[in-house]
Design a protein around this ligand. Structure first.
Ligand SMILES: [Cu+2]
Length: 429
C-alpha cells in the first residue's frame, strides 16, 4: 500500500547522489540545469547511478577467496615472465582489473588464444576470463587491483618477490553516471541550449521510448560528427587493414515497433555496436583499456562461412518498479519456446540491449565468434558483455546437437528469467 518513499518525484535522485556529486554538478552546469537534469531522471523513474544490483555495501570482494585485508600474494623472481589467469567468478560484479606499474599482455580471452594485446586495464563481466603475461622486476610489490565497475569496492592481491610485502592500494575512482547514450537516445532529439549535458526533448518525454507511450517516430538517424557527449567518432572504427570486416550495427539502428510488453520498461530507440568503446566509467581513462575490437584470434577458425540467417534477441527488463529480467520481454518461467538452430548451420545472433545495464551473455555448448571487424580472425568467446543500448552480433556454428543453456551470467538476472534454451537439431525450422 505504501509506495517507496525514495521514489517520490524530486526526492529519489537527490537521495541517490552524494552531496559531493550534487555540488560538483552545480559547479559544472549551474543550479537550474542540475535540477532539470535530476528531475528528468526522476520522471523516468530511472537512476543514473544504476551500475550494480548489489554493491560493496553488501559484498566483500575476494581474490582467490581472500579479502583485500588478507591480501592473496603470488611470488615472482624479478625479471621472469608471469602468466596470470583472471577469471571473474563473482555472482553479480563487473571488475576493472589493473596492476599499477605493469603493462599486461593479453594472450587469451575465455581460454582461447588471441594475438597479443598490450593494455594497462581490462573490464571483466561475470564469467569472462583473460590470461595476461606480466614481467615484474625489482625488489618491490605490485598490487593486483580489481575495482568494481560501480566503484563501491575492490578485490586486491599482490605480486611480490617475498611473502608479507604489499604495494600501494590505488584510490578508488568516482562512480560513473549513466547518460542519454546508455538509453539509446537520438542525439538529434536533444535541446542543447549550449549546455554540455543531456536534457529533455519534450516536457513529457525523454526520447527514450516507454511502453505505452508513442515513440517519437520522426527522429533522423545520427550522422557523423554531430555528437559531443563522449561518443566515439564512428569514422575511427573504419577498417584500416585489408582483412578487416564490417561490424554489424556500426551505424545506429532504430528500434522496431515491438516494445516487448509489460515485462519491459524501456527500449533503446537507437542501438549500435560499441565494441570500440571501453565502457562507462573508463571512457576518459588515460590508461590503455582493452576493447573488444582489440581481440583477434591467433589463427583463423575453420568455419569462415558468412552467417546464413540472423536471430535477433532483445535484452529486456524492468528495474524501476519490479525486479524483472528477460529476453524479448519474456522470462524463462513463462516457458518461451526454445530458440532453434539447425545442426551444421552458420548463423548470426544479434543482441539488442534495451536495458540500461551491462549484461554478460553466456552461451553453453558452442562458441560465439564476435563480429568485431577482425575479418577471418574473429575471436571466439563463451561470454560477451552487451553494454546499454548496444547492438552486438556474434556468428555461431551450430555444431553441437542438443539443448543448451543461454543466459545472462549475472546470477540474479538469470534467476529472474534472463535465460533461454537453445535447441540444436535437424528439425525443420
Ligand atoms: Cu543481466
Amino acid at each position: 500500500m505504501f509506495t517507496n518513499l525514495k521514489k517520490l518525484p524530486g526526492y529519489y535522485n537527490f537521495q541517490q547522489r552524494t552531496a559531493a556529486e550534487f555540488f560538483s554538478n552545480i559547479a559544472d552546469w549551474g543550479v537550474w540545469a542540475t535540477l532539470k537534469n535530476y528531475l528528468m531522471w526522476d520522471q523516468m523513474r530511472m537512476d543514473p547511478t544504476d551500475f550494480a544490483d548489489v554493491t560493496g555495501y553488501t559484498f566483500t570482494y575476494l581474490m582467490n577467496g581472500l579479502s583485500p585485508g588478507a591480501n592473496w600474494t603470488g611470488l615472482f623472481r624479478p625479471g621472469e615472465k608471469v602468466r596470470l589467469r583472471f577469471i571473474n567468478a563473482a555472482s553479480m560484479t563487473f571488475y576493472d582489473v589493473r596492476i599499477p606499474g605493469l603493462t599486461m599482455t593479453v594472450v587469451q580471452a575465455d581460454g582461447q588464444n588471441i594475438q597479443p594485446v598490450l593494455v594497462e586495464e581490462l573490464r571483466m563481466g561475470v564469467a569472462e576470463t583473460y590470461d595476461v603475461i606480466v614481467e615484474p622486476t625489482g625488489d618491490r610489490a605490485y598490487t593486483i587491483f580489481a575495482e568494481t565497475m560501480d566503484r563501491s569496492g575492490y578485490a586486491r592481491g599482490t605480486l611480490a618477490p617475498r611473502p608479507g610485502m604489499e604495494g600501494e592500494i590505488p584510490e578508488r575512482r568516482p562512480r560513473p553516471l549513466r547518460t542519454m547514450e546508455d538509453m539509446g537516445m537520438s542525439m538529434e532529439g536533444m535541446e542543447m541550449n549550449g549546455m554540455d549535458m543531456p536534457s529533455m526533448k519534450h516536457s513529457e518525454g525523454s526520447g527514450m521510448t516507454m511502453p505505452g507511450k508513442n515513440p517519437s517516430s520522426d527522429m533522423p538517424s545520427m550522422g557523423h560528427g554531430q555528437h559531443d557527449m563522449g561518443m566515439h567518432d564512428m569514422s575511427s572504427k573504419a577498417p584500416a587493414d585489408p582483412i578487416a570486416s564490417m561490424i554489424p550495427g556500426a551505424e545506429p539502428v532504430k528500434h522496431g515497433p515491438d516494445d516487448h510488453g509489460t515485462g519491459n520498461q524501456t527500449v533503446a530507440e537507437y542501438s549500435q555496436n560499441r565494441f570500440g568503446e571501453p565502457g562507462r566509467g573508463l571512457e576518459n581513462s588515460s590508461r590503455r583499456v582493452l576493447l573488444y575490437t582489440d581481440l583477434r584470434s591467433l589463427r583463423p577458425y575453420p568455419d569462415q562461412r558468412q552467417p546464413e540467417r540472423e536471430i535477433e534477441l532483445h535484452v529486456t527488463g524492468n528495474m524501476a518498479d519490479r525486479y524483472m529480467w528477460s529476453f524479448n520481454g519474456e522470462k524463462y518461467s513463462d516457458a518461451p519456446e526454445p530458440i532453434r538452430f539447425r545442426y551444421g548451420e552458420r548463423l548470426r545472433l544479434t543482441f539488442v540491449n534495451d536495458t540500461m545495464m551491462e549484461h554478460p551473455l553466456h552461451l553453453h555448448g558452442m562458441w560465439m565468434h564476435l563480429e568485431n571487424g577482425a575479418g577471418k580472425y574473429l575471436p571466439r568467446k563463451h561470454t560477451v558483455i552487451v553494454k546499454p543500448a548496444e547492438r552486438v552480433s556474434v556468428a555461431v556454428t551450430a555444431d553441437a546437437p542438443g539443448p543448451w543453456a543461454f543466459h545472462c551470467h549475472l546470477l540474479f538476472h538469470m534467476e529472474a528469467g534472463m535465460f533461454r534454451v537453445i535447441e540444436v537439431s535437424d528439425k525443420t525450422l
